[in-house]
Design a protein around this ligand. Structure first.
Ligand code: TYM
Length: 339
């Protein structure tokens, strides 16, 4: 083996939908880890705009949010030289592989996806085929790049298991083609819950804006939203997600922001009232987000710079993706292009 192969870094792929402004759920569940992993892995982070189309988007907002996710990638410290940061629709191999993988995925598998069930009950007037097929496009994203590891929040675990099943099925039929990806789910912060309804996941598409905190919310707004967070009728700051969902969620958020363990947080806030605790959580989050917001504001209007990154990265991604796609086309029996 050459030294090059021995030292080859493992590859990471992950993506975020530009379907709204990102929340601290996206931040603690995914984005914060992206930066932490960049030195040890070869990282490819995508802005998955095609996935966003499964729910109606205002075209102008979709474009704006796509740039916004890129600026947030950069603002949270991702180095565009070291990482491949690109937009999914710029590399057509995603849609192409997705079609092929559709033919190796069963309707029964897709109908079991809990996200499909949730989203179809939320968007009952628009249960489109794309929504049903969403996990196959996600499998294509990951498998195209032969990713070893996929950092995501807890809600994506089922989709990732399906990606692994599709890859394994294809490999068994045609011999080894895809790397089987492993999920990378953070121990803390993998499921940040809504501040008003802590039995539900915090989501950027929620109608009630007191349910979520946005990465770009102003300092005072963040504090206000935490002050309003739902708790319980007890007085004790104790981790018990079943009986004390609100307080436990706030403890998880505080732990994600400060790196302190749940046991230490229970000690730190023993005898302290909920009101004070909520302010402490709000301040920890707002202080962590402040430098990110400043960097974001300095980048978001630099369209030439952002476009340059998108161009370079998409070219790199295209090269990697084509390699896998050609292999797949050959294996399934398609005639290679003659031009
Ligand atoms: P999206 O945009 O819905 O979410 C982006 C990431 O944020 C995580 N996340 C959360 N983590 C903790 N608590 C929450 N409340 C919370 N809300 C969201 C999600 O788990 C995700 O990691 N389907 C993906 C996008 C995607 C993708 C991929 C991811 C498309 N292709 C390939 C990985 C690999 C999604 O849910 O995006």
């Amino acid at each position: 083996m050459t030294e090059d192969i021995i030292n080859k870094k493992k590859r990471i792929f992950s993506g975020i939908q530009p379907s709204g402004n990102l929340t601290i759920g996206n931040y603690f569940g995914a984005l914060k880890n992206f930066g932490a992993l960049q030195n040890d892995y070869e990282c490819i982070y995508c802005i998955v705009d095609l996935h966003s189309l499964t729910v109606r988007q205002e075209p102008k907002n979709l474009r704006q949010h796509s740039y916004s996710v890129l600026a947030l990638y950069l603002a949270t410290g991702l180095d565009p030289e070291q990482n491949t940061l690109f937009i999914q629709s710029h590399v057509s191999a995603h849609a192409e592989l997705s079609w092929i993988l559709n033919c190796y995925t069963y309707m029964g598998e897709l109908s079991r996806m809990t996200q499909f069930k949730d989203k179809s009950s939320k968007h009952a007037d628009n249960i489109n085929a794309g929504l049903f097929d969403y996990p196959v496009l996600m499998a294509a994203d990951i498998l195209l790049y032969q990713a070893d590891l996929v950092p995501v929040g807890q809600d994506q675990k089922q989709h990732l298991e399906l990606s692994r099943d599709i890859a394994d099925r294809f490999n068994k039929i045609y011999s080894d083609t895809f790397v089987i990806p492993e999920p990378y789910i953070p121990k803390v912060g993998n499921k940040i819950m809504s501040l008003q309804e802590p039995e539900r996941k915090m989501s950027k598409s929620d109608e009630n804006e007191n349910n979520f905190v946005l990465i770009l919310d102003p300092y005072d707004t963040i504090i206000r939203k935490f002050k309003r967070a739902v708790t319980d009728s007890e007085k004790e700051i104790r981790f018990d997600p079943v009986n004390k969902a609100g307080i436990s969620n706030l403890m998880g958020i505080y732990s994600s922001a400060t790196g302190k363990s749940i046991a230490d947080i229970e000690k730190e806030f023993s005898g302290i009232n909920y009101g004070e605790f909520k302010i402490a959580v709000g301040e920890a989050v707002a202080n962590e987000l402040k430098p990110i917001q400043e960097k974001y504001n300095s980048l978001i209007n630099e369209k030439d710079y952002l476009n340059e990154i998108l161009k370079d990265s998409a070219q790199r991604a295209e090269h990697m993706a084509r390699k896998t796609l050609s292999k797949v086309y050959r294996k399934v029996g398609l005639v290679p292009r003659q031009f």
